[in-house]
Design a protein around this ligand. Structure first.
Ligand code: NAD
Length: 338
């Protein structure tokens, strides 16, 4: 794993991952390939630029020539790049299919040609769809109910098919909802935190009963690294183990963390296809890779809120763009998932 190509490394999770692996003595070079969509920010890489190991390439994973050139100079690919926001997928499903499905295929094609040693495809628990009860193991059927999740499910299957068909040593990770510093303020935790810190109201969908598992981004990155190093090609690994919370419970935590009260909260009708509950069984990653999430939710949320409190210059311009986007495209202002 000496030379690692990280797609989407200027996004939320990818940038944490780059800052993590660049410190590894056995990794000689790390190249980030990122097209810097509205969700990607080169500043997210921060201290990673202090390392001579890092190269940043602005480019699209759909650019087959560029991808081929980069892949052939690396031994491993860790693929985070995606259109990642569920609500946007309601109005722009085409962009999700292009990046998430065809972009993944473009990377896999190049990985096949250049006999890459390891391909980690980063995916989501949303591919399993809603679970009224119980937990989904990696063998559970894929029942995505929104275009984002459907595009990720398709890309998971394509990655696994490239292992079966061509022997590309691909693994898939499926994590629950991530939170932590540097997340785009369109996602629920930074959206609520930044609005509450600005003295603005927040809105909950339905009765706030949707259940999500909240995993600190550093715990997910530790799991992705474990899969990069020790995962078995052709296998899927669920990465969960954060804290299950309803929307109301999460809101309660965030109000407390930001020093606000329920007066700041209003309820609006639920959005379409809002999965009631996700839950994954992550015992396979625990048993086979020693994956074990470490962050305590209260500490993680406090640290996250503190980061947004200290860095308004990072999110205030993004919030302004978001508000302009929403009025231009009539996007919903309340979120129940992520
Ligand atoms: P993000 O939206 O913050 O970052 C995505 C990055 O990909 C951005 O930097 C963007 O510029 C880049 N990108 C998008 N399209 C591209 C393209 N065509 N070519 C090159 N770069 C492109 O997303 P995130 O929250 O960091 O999620 C990263 C991955 O993890 C995604 O694959 C997502 O599906 C998955 N995931 C996210 C979560 C979560 O809670 N955020 C949970 C489970 C899985």
């Amino acid at each position: 794993m000496k030379h690692v190509l990280v797609t989407g490394g200027a996004g939320f999770i990818g940038s944490h991952f780059v800052k993590r692996i660049i410190q590894s003595v056995d990794i000689a070079t790390v190249t980030v390939l990122d097209s810097l969509t509205y969700a990607g920010h080169i500043e997210n890489l921060g201290t990673a630029f202090l390392s001579p190991k890092l190269t940043f390439v602005r480019g699209n994973i759909l650019d087959a020539e560029l991808v081929d050139d980069l892949v052939q100079r690396h031994t491993a690919v860790v693929h985070f790049a995606a259109e990642s926001h569920v609500d946007r997928s309601f109005s722009a499903a085409g962009a999700f299919l292009a990046t998430n499905v065809h972009g993944t295929q473009t990377l896999l094609d190049a990985s096949m040609r250049h006999s890459i040693e390891r391909f980690v495809h980063v995916s989501t628990d949303e591919v399993y769809g809603p679970l009224p009860e119980g937990t989904a193991t990696e063998e559970a059927p894929l029942r995505p109910s929104v275009p984002y999740a459907a595009s990720k499910a398709a890309s998971d299957l394509i990655a696994l098919s490239y292992f079966q068909t061509y022997g590309v040593p691909a693994c898939v990770t499926r994590s629950s909802n991530n939170y932590g510093p540097y997340q785009h303020p369109e996602k629920i935790i930074p959206l609520f935190v930044t609005r509450l810190l600005s003295g603005e109201p927040v809105t909950l969908h339905g009765r706030g009963e949707h259940v999500r598992n909240w995993l600190h981004v550093e715990d997910n990155c530790a799991g992705v690294e474990a899969v990069l190093r020790d995962g078995t090609p052709g296998e899927v690994y669920n990465l969960g183990g954060g804290t299950d919370l309803t929307g109301r419970e999460l809101t309660e935590h965030l109000l407390r963390t930001c020093g606000a009260t329920w007066d700041a909260v209003t309820y609006i009708p639920d959005r379409p296809a809002n999965d009631l509950r996700y839950s994954i069984d992550w015992s396979k990653a625990a048993g086979q890779l020693g994956y074990r999430p470490e962050r305590v939710l209260e500490d993680g949320l406090a640290e996250t809120a503190d980061w947004y409190r200290r860095n308004p210059d990072r999110w205030a311009p993004l919030m302004r763009n978001l508000k302009a986007d929403r009025s231009a495209h009539a996007m919903p202002v309340a979120l129940a998932g992520r």
